[in-house]
Ligand binder design. Structure first.
Ligand code: NAP
Length: 287
C-alpha cells in the first residue's frame, strides 16, 4: 500500500488534480455558528499563494459567505485568480440557499438559479464539478434526490456543468443518482471507523469516484489536536495536521483532501504534507 500523500487523481476521468487542494469556506468566515468575516485581502493572498504552490482544486459554494453575506468565497476566488490558471478545477455545491441567518435547504427549483449564480460569480461558462448537497448534518436516509439530480443532469447536458457530484449522501443515494447521470465525486463528513462511510468510500474507490472528506482536519477540532497524530508527527518532524491529511490520503488513491484555511501559514503547512509518507507502523498507530 502506498502511504504517500502526493500524486494526482483524475476527477471524472479527465480533471487531474493534486490530492491536496483547498477548501474555500474558511476564506469568507473564521468558523461556523457565531463566526465572523475574514479579511478579504488576506483571503485573496491565501488564494494567490495556493495557486503559486500548485493548488489546482478549490472547493467552494455560493453559500460560503461571511455571516452577514458580504464576504463571499466565490467573489474572492475570482478577484484573486481570474483569469484562472490552466488546469485549475473549481468545485462548487448547490442545494442549500443563503438566507438571513445563513444557508437553509433549497428545492429542485432553486438549483438552476444556484448554478447560474456560481457561473456568474466565478466568471466561467461551465462549472468543472457541481455537487448536489442534501440534508443537514447527517445523510438524510431514505430521502429521494432524483428530482434534484435530474435538474443538474439537464444543466450538464446543456453544457453548463462538466461533472456532477453528491455531498452528504449514503450508498442508496449514490445508486439512485447513478440511475440519472454519472457521479464523479462524493463529498461527505468522513470517519473511517464508521462502517457505512467506510463501505461508501470503498465503493467510490472501486468505481473511480473521487472521495472528498469534508472537514479533513476535524473542522479545527479533530485529528489535528489528537495526541496519536501528534506522536506520529514527532517521528516525522511534521505537524499533527500534516499527519491527519497524509493519513486520509493513505486510505485510497481516490481520496482528495480539501483542508480549509484562511491562514497563509496553515496553507503552506497543509501543502507541505504532500511530501509526507507514513509508514505501516504509523498507519497502525492511527487506527
Ligand atoms: N459539503 C459540505 O457539507 C461541507 C461542509 C463543511 C466543509 N466543507 C468543505 O470542506 C472544507 C474543509 O472543511 P473545514 O474548513 O470545515 O474544516 P477543516 O479543513 O477540517 O479545518 C479547518 C479548520 O482548521 C484550521 N486549520 C487549517 N489548517 C490548519 C493547520 N495546519 N493547523 C491547525 N489548524 C488548521 C482552520 O483555521 P485557519 O483558517 O485559522 O487556518 C480552520 O479552523 C471547507 O472549506 C469546505 O470547502 C464542505
Amino acid at each position: 500500500m502506498d502511504h504517500s500523500a502526493h500524486g494526482t487523481f483524475a476527477i471524472g476521468g479527465d480533471l487531474a488534480v493534486d490530492r491536496i487542494g483547498l477548501g474555500a469556506m474558511r476564506l469568507a468566515r473564521n468558523g461556523m455558528g457565531d463566526a465572523t468575516a475574514r479579511d478579504p485581502q488576506t483571503a485573496r493572498a491565501v488564494l494567490r499563494r495556493a495557486a503559486e504552490l500548485g493548488v489546482d482544486h478549490i472547493d467552494t459554494a455560493d453559500f460560503y459567505r461571511s455571516p452577514d453575506g458580504t464576504v463571499r468565497a466565490n467573489d474572492l476566488i475570482r478577484q484573486a485568480l481570474f483569469p484562472y490558471p490552466p488546469g485549475l478545477v473549481i468545485a462548487t455545491k448547490v442545494g442549500p440557499v443563503f438566507g438571513p441567518g445563513g444557508p437553509t435547504q433549497g428545492t429542485a427549483a432553486d438549483l438552476r438559479p444556484a448554478v447560474e449564480a456560481n457561473l456568474e460569480a466565478l466568471g466561467v461558462d461551465r462549472l468543472d464539478l457541481v455537487y448536489l448537497r442534501i440534508g443537514w448534518r447527517v445523510p438524510p436516509r431514505g430521502e429521494s434526490l432524483s428530482e434534484r439530480f435530474e435538474v443538474l443532469a439537464a444543466l450538464r447536458e446543456e453544457g453548463l456543468i462538466r461533472h456532477l457530484g453528491l455531498s452528504n449522501v449514503d450508498q442508496a443515494h449514490l445508486s439512485e443518482a447513478q440511475r440519472v447521470a454519472p457521479v464523479a465525486a462524493i463529498q461527505n463528513l468522513f470517519d473511517p471507523a464508521d462502517a457505512d462511510q467506510a463501505a461508501l468510500a470503498e465503493r467510490a474507490a472501486a468505481e473511480q469516484i473521487a472521495f472528498v472528506p469534508f472537514g479533513p482536519l476535524g473542522s479545527g477540532q479533530g485529528s489535528a489536536h489528537d495526541e496519536r497524530y501528534a506522536a506520529v508527527a514527532r517521528r516525522h518532524g511534521a505537524t499533527a495536521a500534516q499527519v491527519a491529511l497524509a493519513h486520509l490520503l493513505a486510505l485510497s488513491p481516490n481520496m482528495l483532501a480539501i483542508p480549509g484555511t484562511g491562514s497563509l501559514a496553515h496553507l503552506e503547512e497543509n501543502l507541505a504534507a504532500r511530501s509526507l509518507t507514513l509508514t505501516s507502523d504509523d498507519i497502525a498507530a492511527l487506527r
